[in-house]
Design a protein around this ligand. Structure first.
Ligand code: ME8
Length: 509
């Protein structure tokens, strides 16, 4: 029976256009979703937008728009971006959709009836930009510790979620499910936070009008974070599609940036415990990108637009760079220089050369057709072993979401295949040993064919192009996993050599 796999990105705020940080998280989810589909899993890959709250209302009013008009505009831009970057999400949820409002209201009522949400009064310091309340002791000179904006003192009637009640259960859950929080170095901070004691969480606002009304007390709107987290339930049919819900819930991975790890590993699990439904299997907190060593921000004017970068260097080079440059989970630094360095070394030289050298030799020496392989020698066996061993290696890395290591393993094979060319020197064999030449060329083409499957999740367009050059008729997307086994390349297939896939970029920045 096919396994299911449910993976999510955070739902992104619609106050502004998306940048490379958002693209990073979404591309990573896309890579994993594509890989899982290839394995034959039934995948639900969810992304979307977080549209309520003061921050959005303010952004819209600055543009002279209603919040919904503004959100519509940003959503259409977000969708264009995902299309451009070849994101293969199965659903795009907006928190302003009816299906979501109904789910949030139902859940709010349920928790209220259960006594896990109660009415009280809130007094605290609120940062509208982060939509978060802080204690006075958490502020830094009256400013929000996260974004540095001035916090406002608010006192209001509010509903509270009994987060404190779940302290013990959360700690037990963390202890019993060591895989729940990834990467594991993020875990200690969360455990200590919970151990330090949890205060009940204010989950409604009277001052914020742009939000989902509390169904039984309409002068309140639901706190945006409670509203937002519930999207993961809405989209897999919590309220409306029992069959879908039972199939896909619990989520396999919530992939989020490290700054919202706490919301996903403490508040969200406590809400799910209160709802008596299972917890997601894994929350992965990825690292943050800086740009040329600095935090990305509008005020610094250094926000990197993923559309521009992918137009300049190609969508696949952009995807490759983000996935390869830093160990997944760590912070990274974006610069054009670093991108060009990677592009030239890994794509133009390593992969590009392997492809063009192999195809050119096949054109030149064996009339552009896949030759018949003969007996294997030591260097052939080594190459074939490397290619065959790839599956087991990448599966382990995917399990831990070590996506840069997946690429590392693929590129080891590519590197090895380039050395195989040097070692076997087909240009000499052409004069001395035709049979051996044919074996070597077959092995090169077959290595390329097999690794194309592994490249596909990261660089879908490139994989398609390599596939065509290798003379394959069926689309690579339609291939079953068995096709990645060594030896399936048919002799006689006509290849198509062409221009380099990744022409070198002049490194003069
Ligand atoms: O937090 N580097 O939305 P958001 C890497 N709506 N990733 C980055 C990044 C950077 N510099 N900047 C942003 C929200 N991200 C809430 C989420 S979920 C129920 C609600 C990515 O628009 C990263 O994945 O601020 C981060 O967690 C996310 O964008 C935050 O997007």
């Amino acid at each position: 029976m096919a396994k299911k796999f449910y993976i999510t990105t955070p739902i992104f705020y619609v106050n502004d256009l998306l940048h490379i940080g958002h693209a990073y998280c979404t591309i990573a989810c896309d890579v994993v979703a594509r890989f899982k589909r290839w394995l034959g899993d039934e995948v639900l890959f969810l992304t979307g937008t977080d549209e309520h709250g003061q921050k959005i209302a303010q952004a819209a009013s600055l543009k002279g728009k209603t919040p919904l008009e503004w959100a519509d505009y940003i959503v259409s831009e977000d969708k264009k971006l995902w299309e451009k970057l070849n994101i293969s999400h199965d659903d795009f949820i907006r928190t302003t959709e009816e299906r979501h409002k109904r789910t949030v209201q139902e859940i709010f009522t349920k928790l209220y009836q259960k006594g896990d949400i109660y009415k009280g009064e809130y007094e605290g310091w609120y940062c509208t930009s982060c939509e978060t309340f802080y204690l006075e002791s958490q502020l830094e000179g009256g400013r929000c510790p996260e974004c540095g904006k001035v916090a406002e003192k608010l006192k209001e009637e509010s509903y509270f979620f009994k987060l404190s009640k779940y302290q013990k259960r959360l700690l037990n859950y963390f202890a019993e499910n060591p895989e729940f929080m990834q990467p594991s170095f993020r875990k200690a901070e969360m455990v200590n936070f919970v151990k330090g004691g949890l205060r009940d969480l204010s989950v409604s606002r009277t001052a914020v009008k742009w939000g989902i009304p509390v169904p039984f007390d309409e002068k309140h709107t639901v706190y945006v974070w409670l509203d937002a987290l519930i999207n993961y339930l809405t989209a897999c049919g919590y309220l409306e599609d029992k069959v879908k819900f039972e199939k896909f819930w619990p989520a396999d991975v919530h992939l989020v940036g490290k700054e919202i790890f706490k919301f996903h590993t403490i508040i969200w699990p406590a809400m799910l415990m209160a709802l008596e439904i299972p917890l997601p299997k894994k929350v992965f907190g990825h690292g943050w990108w800086t740009v040329e060593g600095e935090k990305m921000s509008k005020s610094r004017g250094n926000v990197v637009d993923p559309v521009k970068v992918s137009e300049e260097f190609g969508v696949d080079a952009f995807r490759y760079f983000l996935m390869r440059e830093v160990p997944f989970g760590q912070d990274g630094d974006f610069s054009k220089k670093a991108l060009i360095r990677r592009y030239n070394a890994d794509l133009a030289n390593n992969l590009g050369n392997l492809l063009s050298r192999s195809l050119t030799m096949v054109e030149k020496y064996v009339e552009g057709r896949v030759p018949e392989p003969g007996g294997e020698e030591k260097e052939d066996k080594e190459l074939i072993q490397k290619v065959k061993g790839l599956f087991e290696r990448v599966i382990k890395y995917y399990d831990k979401l070590e996506l840069n290591s997946v690429l590392g393993a693929i590129w080891e094979v590519i590197d090895y295949a380039n050395r195989y060319i040097e070692r076997t020197a087909p240009w000499k064999l052409e004069k001395t040993d035709r049979k051996r030449l044919e074996t070597v060329l077959y092995n090169l083409l077959e290595t390329l064919r097999v690794i194309t499957f592994y490249i596909l999740p990261f660089m879908p367009q490139t994989a398609e192009k390599i596939w065509e050059r290798l003379g394959m008729e069926e689309k690579i997307y339609n291939q079953k996993i068995e096709e990645a086994q060594w030896g399936r390349l048919k002799s006689g297939t006509k290849i198509k050599a062409g221009k380099p896939l990744f022409p070198r970029i002049k490194d003069d920045l």
